[in-house]
Design a protein around this ligand. Structure first.
Ligand code: IMP
Ligand code: MG
Length: 179
């Protein structure tokens, strides 16, 4: 069944996102240097990561790219919710400077888990870049190193973010307005 055409209020336009990606890439290049391993967390970050790595290129970064799929189980509002790797990276992180990219930081559990896992595997450094930060939803004490935009406490879609696997293709980030 196809998704119905919702009324979407745009929060971040594709022009806003593009401008911010250029700024983020410059911040990252300055902080991390040229030789980094980018790990994009699937599925939500694939659109953001695809744009950000090209912005990184123009900022002088020459990254290697890998992917990791993570799933959280259990009620997100309960602090026992656990994160599991459903698709692991292929590259080794030992001694590498790693930039983890994800779509949105809510409870903080996904990023906390992934960053700790990569440090345990011997990464020299792990920094995190999130397109959106929903600060009001934080459960664990985790702060991202690089953030695209602060996000209001609304369910957002587009630019990789889904609702029931739909709307990832929207070129902007918005939220569905109830009729
Ligand atoms: P957390 O920080 O561990 O709670 O995980 C955040 C994850 O939940 C993200 O990677 C998204 O996959 C998903 N998520 C959280 N908020 C939203 C939203 O507003 N729209 C779509 N997905 C979301
Ligand atoms: Mg996700």
């Amino acid at each position: 069944m196809a998704a119905s055409e919702p009324i979407v209020e745009v929060l971040f336009s594709s022009a806003d996102i593009s401008t911010r990606n250029t700024e983020l890439a410059e911040e990252i290049a300055k902080d991390m240097g040229s030789d980094i391993l980018v790990i994009a967390v699937l599925k939500g970050s694939f659109v953001f990561a695809a744009d950000l790595i090209r912005a990184l290129h123009y900022a002088g970064v020459r990254p290697q790219i890998d992917f990791m799929a993570l799933s959280s189980y259990g009620d997100k509002t309960i602090s026992s919710g656990t994160v599991v790797i459903t698709r692991d990276i292929v590259d080794t992180v030992k001694g590498r400077k790693v930039l983890l990219i994800d779509d949105i930081l809510e409870s903080g559990r996904t990023m906390e888990f992934a960053a700790n896992e990569l440090l345990e595997r011997g990464a020299a450094e792990v920094k995190t870049c999130l397109m959106l930060d929903k600060k009001e939803k934080r459960i664990v004490d985790f702060q991202a190193d690089f953030v695209g935009f602060d996000c209001p406490d609304l369910f957002v879609i587009g630019y990789g973010l889904d609702f029931a696997h739909y709307y990832r293709e929207l070129p902007y980030i918005g939220h569905i307005v109830d009729e």
